[in-house]
Design a protein around this ligand. Sequence first.
Ligand code: SF4
Ligand code: SF4
Length: 194
Amino acid sequence: MKNNKMLLSRETMNLDFVRKVENLSGSSVRRCFQCGKCSAGCPMRSFMEHPPNRIVRLLQLGQYERVLAGRSIWYCASCETCSTRCPNKVDLAAIMDALRKCAWDAQGPSKESRVQLANRLFIENIRTYGRQYEMRLAAVFNVKSGQLLKDLMLGPKLITRGKLKMFHRKNDNVAEIDQIFARIEAMRRKGEAE
Ligand code: SF4
Ligand code: SF4
């Protein structure tokens, strides 16, 4: 029978990675005392192989590779329920954000590459249009993910109900928004931002 026991020791812990996540997120990972309130309120819990409190525990135990390789961080909806519920002020939503960045930097596209693709297209739309352009997001996502007909029949219903617009107007301040992206990229190149 497979032995799934975890060893907890100075050797198995990876404090460097914990510190990196703490720096990126601005939140303590080590402060969590595993009360489970975050997971009890998480709306995406049923889609995750590791619930939010276990993500923190795995980090504390030095099992960060399991966290980065899994799907939980990509199914987090950044709703911040966990951060609001935590009695110990652990900002788990920010930690999830930091972990997505670490996963992206470490291994590029993962087995959850479609979620990553959706994230990337979402950001590209914000930069190009200054706001979200749902029709383009859905169309480009379908093409790039190789699922041309995905949810096609939903389109007309959403358009009829005014939830999806055929055409889109750019935000008047799109040039300023682009400058924000450019500034962040320049800071990253200089090592002043992650
Ligand atoms: S609610 Fe806070 S202290 Fe409790 S398990 Fe979640 S992160 Fe840890
Ligand atoms: S921010 Fe993510 S992990 Fe936290 S409750 Fe929302 S979906 Fe769950």
